[in-house]
Design a protein around this ligand. Structure first.
Ligand code: SF4
Length: 126
């Protein structure tokens, strides 16, 4: 079981090996490998720190130094996907929801407002 902040489904989708630190990047790769290792990988959507935040230098005492931005991304992501904090589902199912509810209708910018990494995610489509 992997605990995931909802907007991290988008970060994972666009991950190209960049991140906040070497430790963060290495953990991100491990999480992605675990998620992709089986068609039946299960996630639980959480608010606040998850298995990705745990290796992030912005995570201080389980609080994100990026302030409320990630909270907004999570809420926007949940709303568009029709999901809630606490939902447990297959990773494959969550990926499909992100694809059909956010990426295909071109709503990434609506979710990731003012994210410092957005230029990378957008460049992947050019
Ligand atoms: S920036 Fe904040 S939300 Fe993003 S991984 Fe780091 S602690 Fe988590």
């Amino acid at each position: 079981m992997i605990y995931l902040r909802p907007h991290h489904g988008l970060c994972i989708h666009h991950f190209i090996g960049k991140g906040y630190s070497d430790t963060f990047i290495s953990n991100m790769k491990n999480i992605i490998n675990k998620l992709e290792s089986s068609d039946t990988s299960i996630i639980t959507l959480v608010s606040g720190g998850d298995n990705i935040c745990s290796s992030c230098p912005n995570n201080k005492d389980d609080k994100c130094l990026s302030g409320q931005k990630p909270d907004y991304y999570d809420m926007a992501c949940l709303e568009l996907c029709g999901l809630n904090f606490g939902d447990t589902l297959y990773w494959e199912e969550f990926k499909k929801k992100i694809q059909t509810s956010i990426l295909e209708p071109n709503k990434l910018k609506e979710v990731c407002i003012n994210c410092e990494w957005l230029y990378i995610c957008e460049n992947l489509y050019k």
